[in-house]
Every structure is written in structure tokens, then in C-alpha cells.
Design a protein around this ligand. Structure first.
Ligand code: GRF
Length: 207
């Protein structure tokens, strides 16, 4: 089967991106990352892409008059590379309706909690883990889902739980969850590339 053409959006360190790069390289994922775009100039994920000889692009939001125009450029860049699957790997901007429409059912996001807990507006990165610790839940985890018009509301592909221990700090919890993120994001991208995911209403069926 032809490798799936993948576009990745990042804003930070890119450890989730690296997990995908590594699993393409070792043959676990039947895909090819065509382009990595960051909205942050100093995102280390751009370095990771360059080291893997993958096309990378920093797209400065300030060069555009609106979120809509910025997203139209994102669409254009990915379409130019015939990208099929878009992966949000620590991407912190909201996608426009145009973008969602252009790639409907073909955008995957990784979130560091068990959706629908600790998600939605303002819940990203360490803010999620702080809210988890402050609330005192015993179980958190990570979720991979398809992206729709909402924030962290699309159909769920995979989830995995992580135990919150009394001794956990923001750092230890973040590390534990990040390891699970890498694992389930790779698995979800692999399944997509094997054409084994189908969306039925709110449910994702794994064939
Ligand atoms: C992580 O907290 C992850 O949960 C979220 O973005 C953050 C950075 O991930 N998706 P990465 O190391 O940039 O992939």
C-alpha cells in the first residue's frame, strides 16, 4: 500500500512528532511526513524535522490579517504537498472552519487527558496536569481524537489511562502522560495509515 502522505502542525518541543518520525523510520507506520509547519519560530520540533530531512516551515501568524487567512495558507501548503492526514502534535492554535472542511475526517489531535475531562478552551500542556493535580483525581491519561469544529470534541480514536500517585508533581505526571501520548498517537496514525479507522457518528470503529 502507498504510504499515507502526512502533514504535521506543531508549536513546541515536538516529542510527539519525534515518535511519529521514529515509527515511520522503523517501518511501524506506513506513512511519509511531507511537511511540518510550526506557528512558533523557535519550536524545537522544527529542528527535529530538519534532522530527519523533512520539509519544515515556520508560518508567522503576524504576517496574516486574520486567523482565516492564516489557515488558508496552512491549507494551501498542505494541499501543495498532497497531504492526506494532518496530525496536530502539540499545536496550540485553533483551526478555522475552512481548515476543518478541507481535511474533514483526516485531522488527528493528541490531548493530555481522558476527554471529556480536563479539556476544551484553556486546557493545554501543563495547565491540564495542574488541573488534574488540583482536582485530586486518581486516574488521568491521554486521548487521540479526530478534530471537528469544537475544541477537543471530535470522535475519540484511542485513550489510555495513567494513575495519579500521591507523590506526583506537575513534572512527574507530565512525563508519565507524555509517554502514553507517544504510544497512542503512533498507534492511531498507524491505524489510519492502514485504513482501519471509520467514523460512525460520535464513534470511531477500528476495523
Ligand atoms: C504535550 O503536553 C502534549 O500533551 C500536547 O502538547 C504538549 C507538547 O507536546 N499535545 P510535544 O512534546 O511538543 O509533542
Amino acid at each position: 500500500m502507498e504510504p499515507t502522505r502526512i502533514g504535521v502542525l506543531i508549536s513546541g518541543g515536538g516529542t510527539n512528532l519525534q515518535a511519529i518520525i521514529d515509527n515511520i523510520k522503523n517501518g511501524n507506520i506506513n506513512g511519509r511526513i511531507e511537511l511540518i509547519i510550526s506557528n512558533k519560530k523557535d519550536a524545537y520540533g522544527l529542528i527535529r524535522g530538519k534532522k530527519a530531512n523533512i520539509d519544515t516551515l515556520y508560518l508567522d501568524r503576524k504576517q496574516f490579517n486574520s486567523e482565516e487567512e492564516y489557515n488558508l495558507e496552512l491549507i494551501k501548503k498542505f494541499k501543495e504537498k498532497n497531504v492526506d492526514l494532518v496530525v496536530l502534535a502539540g499545536y496550540l492554535r485553533v483551526l478555522s472552519k475552512d481548515f476543518i472542511e478541507a481535511f474533514r475526517g483526516r485531522i488527528i489531535n493528541i490531548h493530555p487527558s481522558l476527554i471529556p475531562s480536563f479539556c476544551g478552551k484553556g486546557f493545554y500542556g501543563e495547565k491540564v496536569h495542574k488541573a488534574v493535580l488540583d482536582y485530586g483525581v486518581k486516574i488521568t491519561g491521554a486521548t487521540v481524537h479526530f478534530v471537528d469544529e469544537g475544541t477537543d470534541t471530535g470522535p475519540i480514536i484511542l485513550q489510555e489511562a495513567v494513575e495519579v500517585e500521591d507523590t506526583d508533581t506537575l513534572e512527574t505526571l507530565k512525563e508519565k502522560v507524555l509517554r502514553v501520548e507517544h504510544k497512542i498517537l503512533v498507534q492511531a496514525v498507524k491505524l489510519y495509515c492502514q485504513n482501519r479507522l471509520s467514523i460512525e457518528g460520535r464513534k470511531v470503529i477500528i476495523k
